[in-house]
Write a protein that binds this ligand. Sequence first.
Ligand code: FEO
Ligand code: CA
Ligand code: CA
Ligand code: CA
Length: 673
Amino acid sequence: MTKKTVAGSVDSVMAQGDEPLSNRSSNAYFGDILERRLSRRGVLKGGLATVIAGLMATRLPLTQALAANAGAGSPTMGFNPVGISAADNVVVPEGYRVQSFIPWGTPITGDMPAFSLEASGEQQAHQVGSHHDGMHFFALNGSSTDGLLVLNHEYVEPRFLHAAASGLALDRNGFPQHDDGSRDADQVIKEMNAHGVSVVRVRANEQGEWEVVQDALNRRITAQTPMQLSGPVAGTEHLITQYSPEGLMTRGTLNNCAHGVTPWNTYLAAEENWAGYFANTDTDIDRRQARYGIETRDTGRYQWHRADQQSDQFSRFDASSRGASPAEDFRNEPHAFGWMVEIDPMNPDSVPVKRTHLGRFAHEGVIFAPAVEGQPVVAYSGDDSRFEYIYKFVSRRPFDAATADGSLLDEGTLYVARFNDDGSGEWLALAPGQNGLTPENGFADLADILVNTRSAADHVGATRMDRPEWGAVDPQTGDVYFTLTNNTRRAEGDEHPANPRANNSFGHIIRWQEEGTHAGERFAWDLFVLAGDQDDSRDLAGNALVEDNIFASPDGLWIDADRRVWIQTDISESEMNTGIYEVFGNNQMLVANPETGEIKRFLTGPVGQEITGVVTTPDQRTMFVNVQHPGATTTEDAFAEGRFTSHWPEGGSAIPRSATLVITREDGGIIGA
Ligand code: FEO
Ligand code: CA
Ligand code: CA
Ligand code: CA
C-alpha cells in the first residue's frame, strides 16, 4: 500500500476527478451576453415561462418522417420512486432486481488473467478496464439474451489501480512516482491499458443471470491501440509525428466518456478530457493546444512521458518541440486527440478510426438522429467544459441503409449552436468562407477549422453553455435533449435564457426541435428541467422538484424505445453529500416523461461514484447501467490508513471497483414501465 503523499504539479485541466477547465477565451460576442440582465427570480418564476410560451408560438413541425417510429410505446413510469441514499449500495424500486457485473479487472481475452491487485500492465490489456462510462448493447441476431456489451473506460483512480504497489510516494494527483519524479513503466502501461473500450460478449443463462462469454469478438482497445485518422484533418501537417510522418495514424484513445451508435451499427467513443495527458514545455503553444488547456508547463495529470524517455510509447505524451521537425518528435501528438473514434465491434481486427469532421474538442459523446433513407446523417455532440458549445454534424451524402458506413462522417458540415433569447436558435456552419472563417481571420482551410474547432466556434459567436454533457433524441417527436451539468463560474449578469442561472450549481436539461428536418439550420428550444433542491428547481410544469425527484448535475441521458428519458447524475466527488449537495445523497438515476415532464427517482448508487451509461436489451427487459469511481470520496489520509469510503461491489474490506449493473424486473416486465 502506498503511504506518503508529496506535493506535485497542479493539474490545470482537471482539478478534481474529471472536472474540466473553463473556456477562458475572450471574444467580442461574449460582451453581448454580459449585457443581458435576467434576475434569478425572473427566470424561475416569469422569464422562463415567457420563453416557453414564445417557443410554443414559434415551434415548427419536424417534417422529417418519424412515422417509422410511430410504434413507440408509451413512456409510462409505473414504479414507486426510491428515496435519496448515502449508503454504500445500489437501490432500485420494489419489484426490481440488480446484479453487479464485469467490474474492473474481469478477464475477457487472451489467457483470461483473473482479477488481482497485482495484475501487470500486460494482464490489464486482457481485462475489463477501469471507470466504466458510455455503453451500448449490440444484440447478436436480434437476441435480448446474447450480445456484445461495448463500454468506455474514462480514466483511472491510481490509488486503487496500484493498491498493491508499495514503496512509491503519490504525487498530487495520486499517481505513484519515484523520488526523481519518474514513473514506473509497468504502472504506466497498466494505466494505459485500463483506459479505452471493452467489447465483451455477454449472455443470460437459464436462470436469467448474465455471464461473460469467452469469445473471439471480445476485445480491448486501449491508450496504445493503433488507430487511423480520417476526414479533412487526416494527412495534413497538423498530424505529422515521428510515428506517422504522413499524419494518418496515431496510438490509442483517451478519456472516453460517453459514446454514440451509428445508424450502421458501429460504436463511437468520445475523447473528453484528453488534454490532461500531455505535457509541453515549449515557451509558445498555439491555439491547437492552448485553447484546449495544454499549458507551457510540465503539468500533465498522468505524467506518462516520465516512465521511460527512450521509448516513444511514453515520450509521445511530451508534446514539446524536441526534434528538428514535426516528423522527428511528438509536438503534434495532442492534435490526434479530441475526436470521436469509430469502432466496429463485430470485427475484432478492425482498426479504430478517428473521424475528424465531427470536430475536435472535449467530446462528451455523440447522438445520432434517427436515420432516414435519402436524407443526410445527423449527429449531435457536446463539448463538456464550462462555457463551451453544442455541435451538430450533417453529412454531405444521404443515408442509404444498404451501403452506409463510416465514410459518411468524413464529408459534410460541422455546425455550432446559437441559442437566441426568444426561444429560437440557429446552427452556424464551421466551414471555410462561412461566418467569417477565412484565411484573413486566421482560419486557413477546413482542416485548420476542425483542428481548432473551439476557436472557430468562438469566432462565429456560438452560445457558451453550462458544460454540455450527453444528448438524446426522442424517437417519436425528434426533440433533441442535452444535459448541462453545472457551471459555478457563470457570474451574475452573465445569465442567458438557455443557461439562466448564475453560479449554476445544479445544472439543467435543454431541448429543441429542428425546423424541417434534423439537418435544418434553425430550431426552437425550451428548458425541460432546472435541476436542484426543493427551493431552487423547476420542472416542465413550472413546479419545484420534490423529495421523490430532486437531483443535481445531470450528465448521462438516454431515451428508450418507449420514450422514457433516463437521467443520470454526476455530482463531483469533491462535493457529493456535502454543503448544498448533501440533500441529493449519492449520485442517482431518474426517469422522466417527455410529454408531462414528470420525473421519478429510479436508482441510487453506492458511495463516491457517479451513475453513467445506460442501455437496455431490445426487448427492454434487461437494463445495463454503469457505476463509475465508487470510493472516490476517500481522502488522502483515509486512504493512507486503508479506510475507503466504499467497498462496492464486493463489500467487506475490498477496494472499490467500477462495474456494470444488470437490472431486471421480478415479473420480467419492461424496465421503467
Ligand atoms: Fe466525462 Fe463530462 O463527463
Ligand atoms: Ca465524472
Ligand atoms: Ca459524463
Ligand atoms: Ca460529468
